[in-house]
Design a protein around this ligand. Structure first.
Ligand SMILES: Cc1ncc(COP(=O)(O)O)c(C=O)c1O
Ligand SMILES: N[C@@H](CCCC[NH3+])C(=O)O
Length: 387
C-alpha cells in the first residue's frame, strides 16, 4: 500500500524503478532475528535474492551471515562487513578462480556439491597451505511442493550429492588433508509454503547426520538451507513471513546434539515484500480480443512472471485513491520487450487506465532487481528508497 505522499513523490521520478520500503525490510528482519534467536539458530542471508547495497547493509547490521553463490558474492559480502566466520559459499559450479578468491578471503565454509569439487578445493587449499572448512551439500530427494523450475532437492536435480554417493564422500574426506569437515547442508527449493515439507526434510537430515556420525565424522553444523515462501497474493495483509512457525518445525523435528549449530540460508522471505517495481503506462491498446497496458518495464526489469509464470499483484496506483467508481477493465499487462512472453499477467482487472498512470508490481524485492538484464540494450533499472 502506498501513501498519497509516496505516490506524489513517484510522480517526479523517472520510471521504471524498484521502490524499497525500508520499514517493511526492517519489520521482516526484526521478526526473523527474534524468531531464530529463540532457538539460537544462525541465519545466513542468501545474497542471490538481492544484492542491492542498502538492502545488504541493513541485513548485515542485524548480525546475520551471508550465503553466497559466486566469488563476486563472497567478495561483496566481505566488502559489506560480513565477518569471514559468517560467510558460506555454495554453488554447483564453483570455478577455480572463485574457490581461490574464497580461500584468500578465509571464509569459514564451502558447501560442496560433488566429490570432484571436494578434491579440487583440497588441491587449491593445499597450494595455498590452507585448510578449507567444508559442509557436504546433500540432495535428500525431498519434494519441495513448489514450481518445478525452483525445486532443487530431487534426484533429477543437478544440486548436491546423492545419498548413494556418501561412501565416496567419506573416502575423499579421509584422503583430503587440506579439508576440515564441518557438517551437512541441504537446500530443497524456493518459495516453499507447505511447512510439512520441512518436517520431511528434518527426518532426512536426522538420518544423514547419523550416517556421518556412524562413519566417524563429527557433524558440527546442520544447514537446512532456505526456501521459505512469501504471500505473493497479499503483500499488504501478510507482509512478514511466518518465521516463528518455520523455525519451530526445525526445533521440534530436528535432532540437535549438544554443541551443534543449526544454520539457515533465507533469501526470499527476508526481502521479497520490501520492494515493488514501479513503472508507467506507455500506451493503452484496445484490440478486438484484448486490451493491453503497455508498460515501460518488462521482463528486463522483472523476469519472474515470464520465467516461472510467477504471480505478482499489479496495481494502478494513480487511480486507486478517489476513483473507486471507475469500472474495472481486464488488461493484459505487458512490457516493451520484443518477446511475446514479455507479459506480467493476462486479464488483470484494473480501473480504466491511461497513458502516464503509475503501475506497481508488488512483492518484487527477491529475485527482481538482481535478475534484471539489458536485453534490447535497456537502461539499468534504478532504485528508490522510502527514506
Ligand atoms: C543453496 C541455496 N541456499 C539458499 C537459497 C535461498 O533460497 P530462498 O530465497 O528460497 O530462501 C538458495 C536459492 O534457492 C540456494 O540455492
Ligand atoms: N530466482 C527464483 C528462485 C531461484 C532461487 C535460487 N536458487 C525466483 O525468482 O523465484
Amino acid at each position: 500500500m502506498f501513501s498519497n505522499y509516496t505516490i506524489q513523490r513517484f510522480e517526479g521520478i523517472e520510471t521504471p524503478f524498484y521502490y524499497y520500503n525500508l520499514d517493511v525490510l526492517k519489520q521482516t528482519l526484526d521478526a526473523c532475528r527474534d524468531a531464530s534467536a529463540k532457538y539460537n539458530f544462525h541465519v545466513h542471508y542468501a545474497m542471490k535474492a538481492n544484492f542491492n547495497t542498502k538492502v545488504v547493509d541493513m541485513i548485515q547490521s542485524y548480525g546475520f551471515g551471508a550465503d553466497c553463490v559466486s566469488g563476486n558474492e563472497v567478495l561483496t559480502a566481505i566488502k559489506h562487513g560480513f565477518g569471514k566466520d559468517k560467510v558460506v559459499f555454495a554453488g554447483v559450479g564453483k570455478s577455480d578462480k572463485e574457490i581461490n578468491a574464497a580461500l584468500d578471503a578465509d571464509i569459514f565454509c564451502f558447501n560442496v556439491e560433488s566429490v570432484q569439487e571436494l578434491e579440487i578445493i583440497n588441491e587449491l587449499a593445499a597450494a595455498k597451505g590452507k585448510v578449507a572448512g567444508v559442509a557436504i551439500r546433500i540432495n535428500p530427494n525431498v519434494d519441495a511442493h513448489t514450481h518445478h523450475y525452483i525445486t532443487t532437492g530431487l534426484d533429477e536435480n543437478k544440486f548436491g550429492i546423492n545419498t548413494w554417493q556418501l561412501n565416496d564422500v567419506a573416502d575423499a574426506l579421509r584422503k583430503c588433508a587440506n579439508l576440515q569437515f564441518l557438517g551437512i547442508h541441504f537446500h530443497i527449493g524456493s518459495q516453499i509454503t507447505d511447512l510439512e515439507v520441512y518436517r520431511t526434510l528434518c527426518t532426512r537430515i536426522n538420518e544423514i547426520q547419523e550416517w556421518f556420525e556412524d562413519h566417524g565424522f563429527a557433524v558440527k553444523i546442520l544447514n537446512a538451507g532456505g526456501g521459505l515462501g512469501v504471500d505473493y497474493y497479499n503483500p499488504d495483509g501478510n507482509t512478514v513471513a511466518d518465521f516463528e512457525a518455520y523455525f519451530e518445525v526445525f526445533h521440534k523435528f530436528l535432532t540437535i546434539k549438544p554443541g551443534q549449530e543449526v544454520h539457515f540460508e533465507l533469501g526470499r522471505a527476508l526481502v521479497a515484500q520490501s520492494a515493488s517495481l514501479i513503472s508507467r503506462v506507455l500506451y493503452v491498446k484496445n484490440g478486438l480480443k484484448k486490451n493491453f497496458l503497455i508498460l515501460d518495464a518488462g521482463m528486463t526489469e522483472l523476469m519472474r512472471p515470464m520465467l516461472y509464470q510467477a504471480y505478482h499483484e499489479i496495481e494502478n496506483i494513480s487511480r486507486v485513491a478517489g476513483d473507486k467508481e471507475n469500472s474495472l477493465i481486464k488488461y493484459d499487462v505487458v512490457g516493451p520487450i520484443c518477446e511475446s512472453t514479455d507479459c506480467f499477467r493476462k486479464d488483470v482487472e484494473l480501473p480504466q487506465s491511461f497513458r502516464g498512470d503509475l503501475i506497481a508490481v508488488r512483492t518484487a524485492g527477491a529475485y527482481g532487481e538482481v535478475m534484471a538484464s539489458n536485453y534490447n540494450l535497456r537502461d539499468q533499472v534504478q532504485s528508490v528508497y522510502s527514506s
